[in-house]
Design a protein. Structure first.
Length: 240
């Protein structure tokens, strides 16, 4: 980049006038990439994961008598720590976002035909599909929160594959209970579509893999999270 900057003036001096180059336009995302954004909503999913991770860590910290004592002496300690830890978690989730998208896009492109992807896109963009996604997402967040609370009650530090499967199944069941009569014909048609069992199998397969990626990334970040926590604590207490 430095070399390019150095030679740029000379190149401009000898270059003949030319028509301006057309502005580059953003490439249209592939059908698989569009499906991932619509169905999985990676950013929302990881934002919820980040919040759950932060809540779990802060809950553990708030149960520490020493930390509680320090917060009483210098109010605002927990808020300062939460802000610092959340900044690190955002970095972790940014890396996971790329991996999640790549995994899902690759799997979809290798298993579904172009027509099947188009059929799914049409369905999920319809009012029926949008309602199903929203209902499943809301139910999934509720069931996911219950799974996290259960894990914390059992002193577990992670959510495993069986938890993910249970949450997904419960969320879908709850969403189907909220189906409107006008949604039934399209849902019935999609149930007969060859894309439906493929995408269901793919989600069941990748869900635990993504969770394993998440657990691994968070565990790998623990030293940095602790450094952030300790640095925020020292700064808030005015200790070097």
């Amino acid at each position: 980049m430095v070399i390019a900057a150095a030679i740029a003036p000379s190149a401009m001096a000898v270059a003949q006038p030319a028509s301006p180059a057309p502005l580059a336009t953003a490439a249209t995302p592939s059908a698989a990439a569009q499906l991932v954004e619509i169905m999985i909503e990676p950013e929302k999913t990881l934002a919820a994961t980040r919040k759950q991770s932060l809540d779990q860590l802060m809950s553990m910290l708030r149960s520490d008598p020493n930390a509680v004592s320090l917060d009483k002496q210098r109010p605002g300690l927990f808020d300062a720590v939460a802000k610092a830890v959340d900044a690190e978690l955002q970095t972790v989730m940014a890396g996971l976002l790329v991996k999640m998208r790549d995994r899902y896009v690759g799997a979809i492109e290798s298993r579904l035909t172009a027509k099947e992807m188009d059929d799914l896109l049409s369905f999920y963009r319809s009012p029926t599909g949008q309602r199903l996604i929203e209902q499943t997402r809301q139910a999934g967040m509720a069931k996911g929160g219950e799974a996290v609370a259960q894990a914390m009650a059992e002193k577990r530090t992670r959510i495993d594959a069986s938890d993910v499967s249970a949450v997904n199944n419960a969320a879908l069941a709850a969403a189907m209970q909220a189906v409107r009569p006008e949604d039934v014909p399209l849902l019935a048609a999609m149930a007969r579509n060859s894309a439906t069992p493929k995408i269901a199998a793919l989600q069941n397969e990748l869900g635990p893999v993504i969770m394993a990626d998440t657990n691994k990334a968070i565990e790998a970040s623990l030293p940095r999270l602790m450094e952030r926590l300790q640095a925020a604590t020292r700064q808030h207490l005015g200790v070097k």
